[in-house]
Design a protein around this ligand. Structure first.
Ligand SMILES: [Mg+2]
Length: 394
């Protein structure tokens, strides 16, 4: 099959707020080859990514992403990493290229799975999809009381694990943060697994992060996520040495290539590596991190805060890995992210999920439900239209 078309759709909620919720807009892709269509989603600022797809060549390592994809053949799983390598080489100096590429790469796996009538995890070599504990991923409430109520609700919905992050956490005092963590633990109950996401709030301030450790250890929090920005690898390592009990550091969602994740695994002292297939360059790039994590005794976890389509994509790389037992499960996504699929990955009675068994990503889209969020975009350079919003149809 030849890749004949790559269509990018910029969807957005009518109002995008200044909060840590990446589901407020969406870069959705439809890729066509032969009789098949594949769908994928990037975790990225949509318009900048569309620019990376179509920007005029600036020099030989600054080419538009689509130049490396359109017209390529796709017959086997090996063709996908080949296309990824080509994009990496020819768009080396286009910094948004990996973000733009990720959704296309995911759509190629979806397409190939549909062509072969196999789920993506089988194409990756797994025999079956293992059950994983779904952790509900939520933002801290503005006040501890709001966090307590959120945690109680998640518990009543059957979640055995939950993560709270962003919001006010890390922005005032260690005492205020301790109250937030205690509220989360109280609401979830003593048995549930509790995780905390600092959302890079301390940038590289090791001492500020250290002040929060006693409350996290007391609440038996499994991980403190992203205390620092991804490239502050030395700060991660220093803080990791100060963690006691079950507490470990987690990070990696910011990785837009496998090497960024390798650095955190090998020099950052993290216990959990969290990868978003929609940002790192796709499912094949995420799979490279799975291998490295296993070789290093680090647990692999998906990063997903948006749609079920993104969840399925980020589950595939570790779907069959028995030792990686946790799965981030979005519970606060916007109507856009919630409604883009007609089907969902259900949390079972034991609080677990597994990758869908259907072909490709195994989910059915509901384009009629999200067409209202599609934005009209036109990019014109020197009188030539490089991009115009395509029609959102199956
Ligand atoms: Mg996070």
């Amino acid at each position: 099959m030849r890749i004949e078309a790559v269509e990018a759709f910029y969807l957005s909620m009518p109002k995008v707020e200044d909060i840590g919720d990446g589901s407020q807009d969406m870069l959705l892709y439809r890729v066509s080859a032969g009789d098949y269509r594949g769908w994928g989603e990037s975790e990225a600022a949509p318009l900048v990514s569309i620019a990376a797809l179509v920007c005029p060549m600036s020099h030989s390592a600054c080419r538009p992403v689509l130049d490396s994809v359109l017209g390529e053949t796709i017959e086997s799983p090996d063709d996908i990493p080949r296309i990824v390598r080509q994009v990496r080489a020819k768009s080396l100096d286009v910094l948004q290229a990996p973000h733009a590429l990720s959704g296309i790469e995911i759509a190629l796996w979806d397409l190939l799975g549909k062509a072969r009538q196999q789920p993506v995890y089988e194409l990756l070599g797994y025999k079956r999809a293992e059950p994983k504990v779904a952790y509900a991923s939520a933002l801290f409430g503005d006040e501890p009381q709001a966090t307590l109520q959120k945690a109680k609700k998640l518990r009543s919905e059957g979640f055995r694990a939950a993560k709270f992050g962003w919001g006010p956490y890390g922005r005032t005092t260690a005492e205020a943060d301790a109250q937030q963590v205690q509220a989360a633990r109280e609401g979830l109950g003593q048995e549930a697994d509790l995780l905390v996401d600092a959302g890079t709030v301390w940038v590289n301030d090791i001492e500020a992060a250290t002040l929060r450790l006693p409350a996290l250890e007391e609440a038996r929090v499994l991980w403190l996520e992203e205390p620092f920005v991804s490239e502050e690898v030395d700060s991660y390592m220093e803080l990791s040495k100060r963690c006691r009990g079950v507490l470990r550091l987690a990070g990696g969602e910011g990785a837009h290539n496998p090497h960024m994740a390798y650095h955190l695994i090998q020099q950052g002292g993290i216990g959990y590596v969290q990868i978003d297939a929609g940002r790192i360059g796709g499912i094949s790039e995420a799979s490279r991190v799975v291998e490295r994590a296993h070789a290093s005794g680090v647990q692999y976890v998906n990063h997903t805060f948006t749609s079920q389509l993104a969840l399925s994509a980020s589950l595939q790389p570790f779907a069959g890995a028995e030792t990686d037992w946790l799965c981030e499960y979005p519970v606060e996504a916007t109507p856009l992210a919630r409604n883009v699929t007609r089907t969902a990955i259900a949390v079972d009675a034991t609080g677990k999920v597994r990758a869908p068994e259907g072909a490709g990503l195994g989910l059915e889209l509901n384009l009629d439900a999200v067409r209202q969020y599609l934005l009209d975009v036109e990019i014109e350079v020197g009188g030539r239209v490089l991009y115009r919003t395509p029609e959102l149809v199956p």
